[in-house]
Write a protein that binds this ligand. Structure first.
Ligand code: ASP
Length: 436
């Protein structure tokens, strides 16, 4: 019996943790009456502690893992033109997929009309969601004033830029900076090992996250916004299961089913945690198993967790149509184009953490003069949508990474197809020490 349990892979354990957590949460919500034990001890303490501890452990890994692997990756690529071409392609694909996602959402919103006939004024509550970031700030904030501050705040783009610069310089100076190169290689090795240890707790952490969420979820709030929720879910499903597989086939001819088979555990993780940022270590790990070179993924995945949020953009597109219809406002072509542009911009420069999409939605609403109060209505049910859209966000990052690494010949197609084991130098137990 024990031997059989040991044979179950970590991905399957994550799935088991998620399903058990979901069932436990639903049973507690519907069948167990409120009590001190249920509400305070179980949900607010045990599940909260288990879930939050796990997310904190994952977040603890992100900055040192990303920083070390970007330095090592950039140093090993060494050719600045190659880094430029990977960077340019990645950013290009990220922006295009996000623009596609908003457009899709706007179309679904026009077709299904989630806000038609809603008395927005009566239903509206005040929302205190604000956004202080302008577009110029977004660009300026990409360069760190103080790299140590960026590292300690976990600001991904400045961390990526600083890491890239150090890696490029290490490659240029070669033997002169060998000790520093070794330091980062070994740091990378340590962080990968730490990731594999923390990941062993994933099934329990995910169980707690799911149980707590579903034990406290107000399902009755979902009904009045049913059409809005359905529109967002349809958009997310089309993006994940039609647009991404199509892009994968068109650009790489790889089999999307093989991708999803391995990648589902990353989606489950993102779904349970609602944060792309905390999913970075697992995403990197799975892409290695899919044959992507770490040199590429260590750059594209953290970047994607920050600038590529297709799922979020879909929610925002639907929310725009919902609010416009509920308030009886007609959005012309210019307004729709503005929404697409602003939603793409909004996804750049904000970290992938829970509910951030709702905050940047203010920016999108402001750009076309939609009443920000409308956000108050969808506020209450956003958590459940956040889970679904985060799963799509991380899938988008992985698909773009596969395309970029395929185009840059950094993808081992045999490993992807399962015809060959992944290169040990590309795994968690990698030996990067002589990479430079
Ligand atoms: N939670 C999402 C993420 O981390 C962002 C959002 O849409 O709120 O990707």
């Amino acid at each position: 019996m024990l031997g059989k349990l040991k044979d179950i892979s970590l991905s399957n354990w994550i799935l088991i943790g998620m399903i058990l957590g979901l069932l436990t949460g639903i049973i507690l919500n519907f069948f167990v009456p409120d009590s001190f034990f249920k509400n305070i001890i179980l949900v607010d303490n045990i599940f909260y502690l288990g879930g939050s501890l796990f997310i904190k452990l994952m977040r603890m890994l992100v900055v040192p893992l990303v920083f070390c692997s970007i330095v090592v990756g950039a140093a090993s690529i060494s050719d600045i033109r190659k880094i430029g071409s990977i960077g340019g392609r990645t950013i290009g694909i990220y922006l295009i997929t996000t623009a596609l996602a908003v457009t899709l959402a706007l179309a679904i919103g026009m077709l299904i009309k989630p806000g038609a006939g809603l008395n927005m004024v009566a239903a509206a509550q005040s929302s205190n969601v604000t956004l202080n970031q302008t577009m110029t700030d977004t660009v300026l904030n990409m360069v760190p004033d103080n790299p140590l501050n960026a590292l300690s705040n976990g600001d991904m783009i400045p961390v990526i830029i600083f890491g890239l610069l150090i890696g490029i310089i290490l490659a240029k100076l070669k033997e002169e900076t060998q000790i520093v190169s070794d330091f980062f290689s070994q740091g990378n090795r340590i962080m990968m090992e730490m990731t594999s240890i923390v990941m062993k707790f994933a099934p329990i952490g995910i169980f707690c996250l799911m149980a707590r969420t579903f034990a406290g979820l107000g399902f009755e709030g979902l009904l009045p916004l049913g059409k809005y929720i359905i529109c967002v879910l349809i958009g997310l499903a089309i993006q994940a299961f039609v647009v991404y597989p199509a892009l994968l086939v068109i650009f790489t001819r790889l089999n999307p089913l093989k991708f999803f088979k391995k990648f589902f555990s990353v989606m489950f993780f993102a779904f349970s945690s609602s944060t792309s940022n905390a999913t970075i270590p697992l995403n990197l790990e799975k892409l290695s198993e899919l044959g992507v070179s770490k040199d590429v993924s260590s750059f594209t995945i953290p970047l994607g967790a920050t600038i590529n949020m297709d799922g979020t953009a879909i929610m925002q597109g639907v929310a725009v149509m919902f609010a416009a219809q509920a308030y009886g406002m007609d959005l012309g072509v210019t307004a729709l184009l503005t929404v697409i542009f602003t939603a793409v911009m909004a996804s750049i420069g904000t970290a992938g953490v829970p509910s951030v999409g709702l905050i940047t939605l203010t920016m999108v609403f402001n750009s076309v003069g939609l009443p920000v109060q409308a956000i108050g209505i969808i506020f209450g049910i956003d958590h459940i949508l956040d889970m679904f859209r985060t799963a799509v966000n991380v899938t988008g990052d992985a698909i773009c990474t596969l395309i970029v690494s395929f185009k840059n010949k950094s993808l081992d197609v045999d490993v992807f197809n399962g015809n060959k084991k992944m290169d040990p130098a590309n795994t968690v137990l990698l030996d990067d020490l002589d990479i430079i």
